[in-house]
Design a protein. Structure first.
Length: 80
């Protein structure tokens, strides 16, 4: 890869955990990411861990427990 520096190859992938209300009647989604992880596997594992905790945050809209899910933004650069 002539002419390409390490900085040019840096990928801006983002792996996150987000939260939403677990009630079927409520449409609340937490506006911010709960945590940013280092990779997709970690993001998925953290979401599972948070969902298995006995004490969860409550929804500010209806008072039910929040649920968590893994979310990824993949931005792969196109190389010539």
């Amino acid at each position: 890869m002539i002419g390409m520096t390490r900085q040019n190859l840096k990928m801006s992938n983002k792996f996150k955990v987000r939260a939403y209300c677990s009630s079927r009647q409520c449409d609340y989604v937490h506006p911010d990411d709960v945590v940013q992880a280092i990779n997709g596997e970690t993001s998925y594992a953290l979401a599972q861990l948070y969902n298995e905790l006995p004490s969860k945050p409550i929804c500010p809209k209806c008072g039910e427990a929040m649920a968590f899910y893994s979310y990824s933004v993949i931005e792969q650069p196109w190389l010539p």
